[in-house]
Design a protein. Structure first.
Length: 530
């Protein structure tokens, strides 16, 4: 039977490559539609074109003669097409009776092919069933069993996308294609955006002091009116995306633009203390007690199988503030908090953070890849929020707003672990001292820095020396144990202390405690020297 290349895995996985003709087809396709297209839309269109070409080739071959079917009779000199032989065309040069009692009366035709030295014989006027009797022209072109373009794309999406992206980004005609907001279009379709236009956009954002969309910027940025408004918006988005002055932000109704120099430092790039570098460790060693503690902490980089995103119907949730977030005025995007904020996989989304106590409003920034929300440094300073404090997050009835609060109590001086940086030895030293606290907190988590700049230097030193969580746990745990008259320390205290100089979720910290023979698990989350 005929095997169409487009219906085989071998073709799409091993042979498919976007050719110059394919690139020309995509160029014309975008030109005809005059609208940006997603990669999957271009891929499906190209697959349909492959199917069309295949059908056109089959129609051309079928027009050269009659399709061979064993049940048909043929005459001398007749041209016959053999689809199962890659549409070979032959001429009938002899017709004689067949001799086979099993098949009854039938004929044998001898066919000569231009590319073969010897003629080949075939059965004709065969009365019994034969699979080749199903091979007729209409069936070849319109077989319901054939895979559609959508089905082919779903089956071989990875291979097709890879070849298509290479052609669009690096192929001979790649300069003709541009990508804007995840969609492809022709460079010629864009309106011209020059440096003067971009300078006006910069001035508008600076004067307004807030992110603006391309549609808002077009009020002053005068682009070619002969180009449709939708394409002018696309053109401005494309040009601003290539200019380092502008930061692309997510918004509920599309893309908005801000100035990088106006963003807080922790939005421009995640600080070292908020960057987690994945650590390999054996989770099977963690006890049920340790896993429960991990779930309670709900670290945004944790792996607790108990953690789930809080349903959007829950009006509020709470978290324990760890030092990295206190240091940089951020909140974690964890299983409990993520659903309270705008959702996206990449980029930054602006959000308004409202002080639940005083009603003050702060510009917030959801840094999706970094898994944190920035913009609360002043709020934490104004309320003197310590590391270990319980922070409450509430949904607001106003779209784009989130309420942040804390559990207040009468101000009182409390004992806390005060951290010093021993830069000479690359170590973290602790002592107990009292600090003013006016909110509820977890006493196992509370830590306070003696000199912020020295702790920041120690964080850099740890990175430069390549120190890992095992080494830091081994160093800080005896320091913390000596602060307790009972000679013990809670696992959460070690986790809190380690995170003053190295961003690490609870799992690796707990594993380092349990696997170190110097420490002994005495139950209740407590550890002592062995």
């Amino acid at each position: 039977m005929l095997q169409r290349p487009t219906q085989t895995a071998a073709f799409w996985r091993d042979q498919f490559e976007v050719t110059a003709d394919d690139a020309e087809f995509l160029h014309q396709f975008l030109l005809d539609h005059q609208t940006p297209m997603r990669l999957d839309e271009l891929a499906t269109a190209l697959i349909k074109e492959y199917l069309r070409r295949e059908n056109a080739r089959i129609e051309q071959e079928l027009s050269k003669g009659v399709v061979y079917m064993p049940k048909q009779r043929y005459k001398l000199g007749q041209k016959v097409v053999f689809p199962a032989m890659e549409f070979a065309v032959g001429e009938v040069i002899e017709v004689r009776p067949g001799q086979n009692p099993e098949h009854g009366d039938f004929e044998v035709i001898k066919v000569r092919f231009d590319d073969r030295q010897k003629p080949i014989e075939f059965a004709a006027a065969l009365q019994g069933p034969h699979r080749l009797n199903e091979v007729n022209g209409d069936r070849l072109l319109h077989d319901d069993a054939l895979l559609s373009a959508d089905e082919i794309y779903q089956l071989y999406k990875t291979e097709i996308d890879e070849s298509l992206l290479f052609a669009l980004e690096e192929g001979d005609r790649s300069s003709a294609f541009v990508q804007v907001d995840g969609k492809w279009l022709l460079a010629d379709m864009l309106a011209e955006v020059h440096i003067g236009h971009l300078n006006i956009a910069e001035a508008m954002i600076e004067m307004q002091g807030r992110p603006l969309s391309a549609a808002e910027l077009l009020a002053e940025v005068d682009l070619d009116s002969n180009v449709s408004r939708a394409m002018r918006i696309t053109s401005l988005n494309h040009a601003m995306g290539k200019d380092e002055r502008f930061a692309r932000l997510n918004a509920s109704d599309g893309v908005v633009w801000f100035l990088r120099r106006m963003e807080p430092p922790e939005v421009q790039a995640p600080p070292l203390l908020l960057r987690y570098r994945p650590i390999a460790y054996n989770r099977s060693l963690l006890s049920v007690e340790m896993l429960q503690l991990e779930w309670e902490l709900d670290d945004e980089w944790g792996e607790s199988s108990l953690s789930r995103d809080v349903p959007s119907v829950v009006p509020s949730t709470s978290l324990m503030l760890i030092y990295p977030h206190r240091r940089h005025g951020t909140l974690p995007l964890s299983g409990r908090t993520r659903s309270f904020f705008p959702q996206a996989e990449l980029g930054v989304t602006p959000v308004t953070l409202v002080d639940g106590r005083w009603g003050a409003r702060y510009e917030g920034w959801v840094v999706h890849e970094g898994r944190y929300v920035a913009g609360l440094g002043k709020w934490m300073e104004d309320h003197q929020i310590p590391t270990g404090a319980y922070i409450t997050i509430e949904r607001s009835s106003t779209p784009g707003e989130v309420v942040v609060d804390f559990r207040t109590r009468r101000p009182k001086r409390e004992w806390a672990r005060i951290a010093h940086a021993d830069l000479e030895n690359g170590a973290l030293i602790f002592e107990m001292n009292k600090v003013q606290v006016a909110c509820e907190y977890d006493e196992t988590m509370i830590v306070a820095p003696q000199h912020l700049d020295e702790l920041d230097q120690l964080t850099n030193l740890v990175l430069q020396r390549g120190m890992d969580v095992t080494q830091i746990v081994a160093q800080v745990t005896p320091e913390l144990i000596k602060l307790n008259p009972q000679g013990t320390v809670h696992a959460k205290s070690v986790y809190s202390a380690v995170n003053m100089i190295l961003r690490t979720p609870p799992g690796p910290v707990f594993f380092a405690l349990l696997s170190n023979r110097r420490f002994r698990d005495v139950g209740g989350g407590m550890f002592a020297l062995a």
